[in-house]
Design a protein around this ligand. Sequence first.
Ligand code: SF4
Length: 343
Amino acid sequence: MITKPILSGLGLDGFKELAIAAGEPAFRAGQLAQWVYKKRILDPDKMVNLPSGFKIFIKENSDCCSSVITQNSKSDGGTEKLLLTLRDGNAVEMVIIPSPKRITFCLSTQVGCPVGCRFCASGADGLVRNLQCGEMIEQLWHGSNVIGRLPDNVVFMGIGEGLLNFKQLAAALEIITDPEMFALSPRRIVVSTSGHVPGIRQLTELGKPFTLAVSLHAVNDAVRAKIIPDQFRYSIAEILEACTEYREKIGRMVTLEYTLLAGVNDDDSAARQLAAIARAQHAKINLIPYNETGTEFKRPTINTIRRFQQILESAHANVTLRMEKGSDTNAACGQLRRSQTNS
Ligand code: SF4
């Protein structure tokens, strides 16, 4: 059984405990944080201002790097998917998404996913286990080593429903945003959810201006039930109520994610209702034409996609059409991991 905590997931408080347990003065925690989070060095032997006894203690009492990159697949568009093998042999992926002005990392929060959205490859096998905070931080660490710096933005939109792994996700958010650790602005972090209402409320309680992205995918509960199985599905009314609370308390515009599925949620009436919902919520809409992954669903034609977008725009909704980047490598979320684990 693996019991050692993962070094990068300990955070400043964990480093203080480590220093005290080693009989070192408390300021050693700050030095360790400088190495791990500012210089992104995880090997204690390279931390030249730490005493050798403390380096040995760190190595004996923590897992300094618990994951390795076992596959790197790059698309023509520049998107890079890293497959990481974890210390228990499970695999998880993170994606590096470049654009002219910024680099975004897409991180995973679980191995597999319990929600099981019917269009999603990641949810097809259910949940294997939650990721620990350190395993999320190591995704950021590996990605930063590949590009040679921290990303501009981080989106928790990879494999898993992060709000069902809230404690570990909240710890990772703290490490990513704390000025003494990675110090990224919470405004540059997107937390995505399939609409897990208790989790949205927990995120609201954190009180930090993260961007909340909610996968709505439908304008009524009957259509949503065709897309998301019962167990973790909340009604649209409950989800929108939680979004309103988030916006009012945090003061941030919520993003509504809408995956366009041919013949399911792509008709004119759905576009008009979605525009009305978004306007009432003061929300932004991300339209995502489905990237086919071998499920029962199909991507709408380009004409249907454009028409849906035009109806939203003429109804003065704030909408962005997000064509999947990286569809020429191993396609959408979860497929890289599945191609590996199924072989
Ligand atoms: S879309 Fe997201 S929440 Fe739904 S099954 Fe896939 S990973 Fe899970």
